[in-house]
Design a protein around this ligand. Structure first.
Ligand SMILES: C[S@@+](CC[C@H](N)C(=O)[O-])C[C@H]1O[C@@H](n2cnc3c(N)ncnc32)[C@H](O)[C@@H]1O
Length: 300
């Protein structure tokens, strides 16, 4: 079932590519349906490519993208849009022939980014609200690949505001995305919503991998504030209660997180495997250190 030739087609915060080798050691030998309710960029799904999978995420634009890729006709349209966007981005950049460098951010990138502001317009080419699902999906990939650091950041009004990285970038790898498209089409059910809703039909013998937003230690400033508005401690508690229910039902689970006091308390009695990943967190300079991560399972 494992096929390492498929790789994520977008950059995603918290992507699991560096952690795969640890996940692989703890991957269960057998299970029926695979569930991944915080799928993000899909690094784990695409690496193991289980025969029958259910994926989901809270992010609507991300799930729209998976759905578009999974259907042949919309996938074809998506690729056409992407090629046109690459071209538009390239020819509208100013290029310094002497320095061999792009000197100005492309107005094309800005135009594509700003269509989320035109909610009043019913022209589907300039308003994200009325854009077709394929155009929305293409915009998502185009911005993800061409933005500074691959971020997808929005301001307080929910409008996209990440700058371009100036250098036009290829938006997809033909071979990779074709494989992903046929895999999603043949083997994966795609859902959008809160993690607990996406597991409604789960049964004994199934397996879930949870990769939630991580818990952070109190002294790691900045991340706590982020959590309050996002997943938060309440999200971690809700997830651990769900895991206990799954355990009683005879469902296998694996959870990724930081090895914090809260996580140790919430999953007491389950198996912990600890490791360090070279991801820098916390303050500046000397206070930076890799954080200890854990994989928690209810099976050997
Ligand atoms: C750490 S990332 C997962 C990264 C993923 N494993 C990868 O390799 O790219 C966490 C994901 O959880 C999603 N998320 C946050 N809160 C959620 C919730 N309450 N229910 C479902 N998904 C949620 C985010 O949109 C994000 O994609």
């Amino acid at each position: 079932m494992k096929n390492t030739t498929m790789v994520p087609f977008i950059k995603w915060t918290g992507g699991k590519r560096k952690t795969i080798k640890y996940i692989e050691k703890s991957w269960p030998k057998n299970f029926n349906t695979y569930y991944e309710p915080f799928v993000g960029g899909g690094a784990v799904l695409l690496y193991f490519n289980p025969q029958k999978a259910v994926i989901s995420d809270l992010n609507k634009e991300l799930i729209n993208l998976y759905r578009v890729i999974s259907k042949q006709t919309s996938f074809k349209r998506l690729r056409e849009y992407l090629l046109l966007m690459e071209y538009g981005h390239f020819i509208t950049n100013s290029y310094d022939d002497k320095k061999k460098k792009i000197i100005k951010s492309s107005p094309f990138y800005k135009k594509i980014a700003l269509i989320d502001r035109n909610s009043q317009s019913d022209n589907h080419l300039i308003s994200l609200k009325t854009a077709t699902k394929e155009l929305r999906a293409a915009r998502f990939i185009f911005l993800n690949k061409n933005s500074f650091n691959g971020l997808y950041r929005v301001n307080s009004l929910g409008y996209y505001n990440t700058p371009s990285k100036h250098k036009p970038t290829k938006t997809f790898n033909e071979k990779n995305i074709k494989k992903i498209s046929s895999y999603l089409n043949s083997s994966v059910q795609i859902r959008q919503g809160h993690f607990s809703e996406s597991l409604k039909d789960i049964k004994r013998g199934d397996f879930v991998y949870f990769d939630p937003p991580y818990d952070y230690k109190k002294d790691e400033k900045g991340f706590d504030a982020y959590q309050e508005g996002g997943f938060g401690i309440s999200g971690q508690i809700e997830l651990s209660i769900l895991c206990k229910k799954l355990h009683e039902m005879g469902v296998k689970f694996m959870v990724s997180n930081h090895n914090t006091k809260l996580i140790q308390e919430l999953y007491k009695g389950f198996k912990f495997k600890k490791f360090y990943v070279n991801r820098l967190i916390g303050g500046k300079g000397s206070s930076r250190k890799p954080a200890e991560e854990v994989l928690i399972t209810n099976y050997d």
